[in-house]
Each structure stands twice: as C-alpha cells, then as structure tokens.
Unconditional design. Structure first.
Length: 93
C-alpha cells in the first residue's frame, strides 16, 4: 500500500547580531533561492531588520527536511566564513 504524500511547509526565523550581518547572509544565499535545484521544494527568504525569515514549501516532508537542513548548513558555513574574515581583519590591524 502506498503512502499518501502531502505538501509540507515551515517557517524559520534566524536573528543575527546586526542588520548588516543579516543583509550579508541574505546576499550570499540569493543564488540558492533564485534557482532551486529541485522542483520538490521552494524557499523564499525575507530580511526584517536583523532577522531573516525563511518560508519553505515542499511537496512532502522529506523534501521539506532536506531543504531546511541545506539552508541551515549554508547559514552556518556563511557565519563561519564571516567570523574568519573578521578575526583575520582584526589580526592585521
């Protein structure tokens, strides 16, 4: 017997230390939001002050989970890169 797959959605809000950081992360994620690698999910990201809100829509919960996990990893990697740049800039001053 097959399982009935239902559309799934989620909203995730991430707060950053400042508006500039939120804007930088959004700019880094833009290519990913404009061209989705799969038709199974879609993501819209909006900045409100120092927060980014991610609106995920997917054809099923598996696609939703994969999309949320991908964006979470990308945000963590971007944050690590930005922190590394900041510490490098501090070190050369």
């Amino acid at each position: 017997m097959g399982h009935l797959m239902r559309a799934a959605q989620a909203t995730v809000r991430i707060e950053f230390p400042c508006e500039k950081r939120a804007s930088t992360v959004l700019d880094a994620l833009k290519p990913e939001t404009e061209t989705s690698p799969t038709r199974r999910s879609k993501v819209d990201v909006r900045r409100e002050g120092r927060s980014l809100t991610f609106f995920f829509k997917a054809k099923d919960t598996t696609a939703l989970r994969a999309s949320v996990n991908s964006y979470a990893r990308w945000v963590m990697v971007i944050e690590e890169v930005l922190a590394g740049i900041e510490s490098f800039q501090y070190a050369i001053q």
